[in-house]
Design a protein around this ligand. Structure first.
Ligand SMILES: [Zn+2]
Length: 208
């Protein structure tokens, strides 16, 4: 018996055989009736759409300035990578690395992984290395902290507003939207349905 064909009830610890579920179906515990798993209809399609949206927003967020600060006739605006550069020049290497990793590298890795896993599947193709990319996505996920960066940024803007004229730019709005797009894409990544589709496609590809 293969372990991945089993499922455990979080309420009463019963281990039972996974049922063959289709999109929208629910698996209940045969002992206590607890809802072990509920498949959301079209969850993987939603996840892909929001991952692609996040990709576009990520490009916008890193191409345009975040804010423009005007004080005493001087205007200053910068992008996210500009912020990293300023931190590095101001001898805050650790903070620069943290901002770079949590708001640039890990979000692009998660978005890239979601697209790599879901886009080929949409066209009925299973690409090599999906298990590696899947594991990699899970390791990266806790380090995606766009929301922490946004919170810090909004607090800074509100504090600066008394001292200088602060104008939010395109990247600030796209960063907020990016934050939601990543969350919605990852919430809708129905892992069980994903692997079910991968296995079905792999079996049919092998039998051709
Ligand atoms: Zn149970």
């Amino acid at each position: 018996m293969q372990l991945d064909s089993l499922v455990i009830c979080e309420e009463c610890d019963l281990i039972q055989q996974k049922s063959q579920l289709e999109s929208g179906d629910e698996e209940l515990c045969s002992r206590c009736g607890y809802s072990i798993y509920k498949s959301k209809p079209n969850a993987l399609q939603y996840s892909l759409v929001f991952a692609l949206t996040a990709f576009v927003l990520f490009i916008l967020s890193n191409t345009y300035p975040i804010v423009t600060i005007s004080s005493q006739g001087l205007n200053n605006s910068t992008t996210l990578l500009g912020v990293v550069q300023i931190l590095y020049k101001d001898d805050m290497l650790l903070v620069a690395i943290l901002v770079l990793v949590t708001t640039f590298l890990t979000p692009v890795m998660e978005i890239g992984a979601l697209i790599y896993l879901l886009l080929p599947l949409k066209f009925g193709v299973v690409l090599p290395g999906m298990k590696v990319v899947y594991r990699w996505m899970h390791q990266v996920r806790p380090w995606v902290m766009v929301e922490v960066f946004m919170l810090g940024l909004l607090i800074t803007i509100s504090k600066l507003s008394g001292l200088a004229f602060v104008v939010p730019e395109i990247a600030l709005i796209s960063f907020v939207l990016l934050m939601f797009a990543i969350i919605i894409a990852s919430i809708n990544f129905d892992e069980r349905m994903f692997w079910h589709q991968v296995e079905t496609l792999s079996t049919s590809q092998r039998s051709i």
